[in-house]
Write a protein that binds this ligand. Sequence first.
Ligand code: NAD
Length: 384
Amino acid sequence: MKVGVARETAPGERRVALVPEALGKLKTAGLEILVESGAGAGASIPDSAYEEAGASIVKTDALYKEADVILKVAKPSSSEVKKLRSGQAVVGFLQPLIDPKLAAELAKRGVTAISLDAIPRTLSRAQTMDALSSQANVGGYKAVLIAANEFGRYFPLLTTAAGTARPANVLILGIGVAGLQAIGTARRLGAVVKAYDVRPETREQAESLGAQFVKLKTAIDATGAGGYARELTPEERSAQQAELNEVIGTMDIVITTAQVPGRKPPVLVTADAVRRMKPGSVIVDMAASSLGGNCELSKVGETIVTDNTVTIVAPENLPASMPTSASAFYARNISSLLLGMVTDGALTLDFEDEVTKATVIAHGGEVVQEATRKLLDPASGGSA
Ligand code: NAD
C-alpha cells in the first residue's frame, strides 16, 4: 500500500503530517511512502531528509494518483477534494462536526475519510493517537510565550540593584490539555498562576502544577460526557460571570482555553471584564475561531489594543506557529492511528474496533459516523 504525505495548502498552515523519523515503523509494516515535494518546507524539513529516510518525493498530481492513503493535517480544500478518487482514503483533522458537508462530499466521491479529531479521548490505547491533545499542548505553551512577549513587564519576581520587579499574575481559564500546559509554562517563567474550570476534577491537576485553583462561591459542576464540559445554563453562566469578572480585574495576563464540544466557545471574559483590567494587561484567547471566542472582544487572527490599553491576542492556529515540534507529535499520532488499521500492508477497517468506529467518518460511498449523519439529516438521523 502506498501512503502519500500531502503538502498543506491552508493559509498559514506550516505543519506536515509525517516527519522523516516516523517513516521507519510504517516501512516495517510494509508501507511505501510518497511525499509531495515541499511538504515539509514549512516545518524546516527538506525533501532530502524524507528521501534519506526511505520515501520517494513526487509531484502533486502523482501523489493523488498513486497513493492509496493521503495523510494531511488540515482538512482538504475544495480543490484537493476534487483530486481524491474512489477507493482512496484521506486522514487528517477533517472536523466532521463543524463541516459535515465535507464528509458527505468525500462519501459521494467514494473516499474513505478518517478523522483524527474523532479519536476517543479517554481510551488509554488511543493516547498515542490523540492529536487533539498533542496540538493543544503546543498551543498552551505558545500562548504563554505570546503573552510574555506582549507584556511590558517581567513574569518572575526579580530583585536587582536597579530595583525589584513584582511577578506577573496569570489566570488560566479552562484547565484541559492546553490549560495545563499553559499553567506549567507560566510557572516555569516565574509567574503567580491562578486557574479555573467548571470540571471540579481539574482542581487537583492545576494545584499539582503549582497553580491556585479559583473557587467561586457559586459551586458549578459542568462535567459532561467523555471528560469534556457541558454548556452552562443561563443561571450558571451569569453567576459565574459576576464572580469571574472580579478575579479577572486583578490579573495581568489572562489565557483562555475553554471549549465545549460541538458548541460555540463560552464567553468568559466580557467587554466589562476587559474594562476592569489594568493598563498593559494581556489576554490570549486560544478558543478564538470563526465560531467566536472566550473573550467578547477577540477578533480572530488579530491583535487589538483596547482604549484602556489591554492587548487582546486571538491567534488562529497556534500549533502551526511551532511547526517542527507540532509536526513531530502529529506524525506520531497519525502513524499510530494508521498502523492500527493496517493488516499485511493493506488498510483493513474493522468496525467492531472502538477507534475505527469513532474515526472513520465516510466509507463505501456513505457517511458512516453516527454523529455526522445526524448533523446532515437530523430528521432521520440517517443517510447523507
Ligand atoms: P477542551 O478543549 O474541550 O476544553 C478545555 C477546557 O475548557 C476543559 O477543561 C473544559 O472543562 C473547560 N471549560 C469548558 N467550559 C468552560 C467554562 N464555561 N468555564 C471554564 N472552563 C470551561 O478540553 P480538552 O483539553 O480537549 O480535554 C478534554 C478532556 O479530555 C479532559 O477531561 C481531558 O482530561 C481529557 N483527556 C483525557 C486524556 C486521556 O485520558 N488519555 C487525554 C487527553 C484529554
